[in-house]
Ligand binder design. Structure first.
Ligand code: NAD
Ligand code: IPM
Ligand code: MN
Length: 362
């Protein structure tokens, strides 16, 4: 039996805490399904900068290209503050470097309300119950990587510039992923942009329309301005199925939607590259939350975002959606049984929640 190889980059803050928890789930699920998984560990982010003076080493990047999947924890926090701020985004952020180098352009961020958490969100229970959406975020272009960028002083005044940039094919490929996903779910896509004020927004809307009309006539597509979308999201959190946005809007929208799931600590993600000749895609799985320096090392980190990221790995890399559903069901039951961690308004320790998940899986 050939083994899947997974490179684990725990990173900073609560990153290593939550990836270790997720690895326990991966171990139990893989063993029960007779799937061999080989785990490698390495450093990334501030932890790597402290040890090696760079946020990601070249041989780590090469390993990330070669393995079947990367499991990433989080990047950021005090050590990272020492990284010079005038570096390019790839040199400043190990995560940005990985996303860009591996061409992980399609970032899937599922957000749902959980049975045990219906009355734990800022929403009225009847509004949020049943909410189940996926934000598809373009991840390798847009204002994160556009040039020119930088800070300078002109005529004695300090100024900074970022550039929002998209090509039609960058929009087309992520639109296809979002439309395919919508087709496999409830058949609805909401694409968000600022086509009323931005050139890139107008191109975004035009390309998504063309791809949808030509190739996905069966998917119900709506275009909303990003500001109006956010208003609709908090008014009707259960209205959306797949939501497609550019790199920046996708980042903002997924955090804004996180309270639907009870906490930012609940959100997983998969970042996928283009399929190769065999249909295989490079993939990085990570919780949506950051390094949470305020709770790092205190044994308070909700492991569910990382655990559910492993579930996404079983679905997208191991092509075993049945295993993903098993993990999600175990999380669902464990939340009901334990009442959830403190970020969810519960009082369970993360270890208790993890043990309840593992018990259900066993
Ligand atoms: P954050 O996501 O780290 O934390 C936001 C809030 O949510 C904090 O109060 C934190 O305690 C809480 N939280 C987050 N994850 C949690 C979990 N699993 N369990 C319980 N509570 C949780 O965002 P921030 O504070 O804005 O950023 C901190 C650092 O993380 C920054 O350096 C930022 O750049 C970085 N960051 C990294 C990533 C990533 O690696 N993917 C994502 C976001 C932010
Ligand atoms: C995320 C984070 C990252 C982003 C940062 C840490 C570079 O917020 O993954 O959502 O902005 O993409
Ligand atoms: Mn973010």
């Amino acid at each position: 039996m050939t083994a899947w190889t997974v490179l684990v980059l725990g990173g900073d803050g609560i990153g290593p805490e939550v990836t270790e928890a997720a690895l326990e789930v991966l171990g139990v699920v893989a063993a029960s399904a007779n799937i061999a998984v080989e785990i490698e560990h390495d450093l990334a982010g501030g932890a790597c900068f402290t040890a090696h003076g760079v946020v990601l080493r070249d041989d780590t990047l090469q390993r990330a290209r070669d393995v079947d999947a990367v499991l990433f924890g989080a990047e950021g926090g005090p050590e990272w503050d020492a990284v010079p701020s005038d570096l390019d985004p790839e040199q400043r952020s190990g995560l940005s470097h990985l996303r860009r180098d591996l061409d992980l352009y399609a970032n899937l961020r599922p957000i749902r309300n959980w049975r045990g958490l219906v009355d734990r969100t800022p929403f009225k229970p009847e509004l949020v119950a049943g909410a189940d959406m996926v934000v598809v975020r373009e991840l390798t272009s847009g204002v994160y990587f556009g040039t020119p960028r930088g800070t300078s002083t002109v005529d004695g005044r300090e100024q900074a510039i970022d550039t929002q940039f998209y090509t039609a094919d960058e929009i087309d490929r992520v639109a296809r992923d979002a439309l395919s996903l919508a087709r496999s779910r409830r058949g609805k896509l909401t694409s968000i942009d600022k086509s009323n004020v931005m050139e890139t927004g107008a191109l975004w809307r035009r390309r998504v329309s063309v791809i949808a009309e030509k190739e996905y006539g069966d998917v119900d597509v709506e275009h909303l301005l990003a500001d109006a979308f956010l208003c609709a999201l908090v008014q009707q959190p259960a209205r959306f199925d797949v939501v497609l946005g550019d790199n920046l809007f996708g980042d903002l929208v997924s955090d804004a939607a996180a309270p639907i799931a009870g906490s930012l600590g609940m959100l997983p993600s998969a970042s996928l590259g283009p399929p190769d000749a065999n249909g295989r895609r490079r993939a990085l799985y990570e919780p949506v939350h950051g390094s949470a320096p305020d709770i790092a090392g205190k044994g308070l980190a909700n492991p569910c975002g990382a655990v559910l990221s492993v579930a996404m790995m079983t679905e997208w890399t191991f092509t075993r959606p049945d295993l993903a559903r098993r993990i999600e069901q175990a999380v669902d039951v464990a939340l009901v049984e334990t009442g959830g961690t403190t970020d969810l308004g519960g009082s369970a320790r993360p270890a208790e929640l993890l043990n309840a998940i593992l018990a259900r899986l066993a």
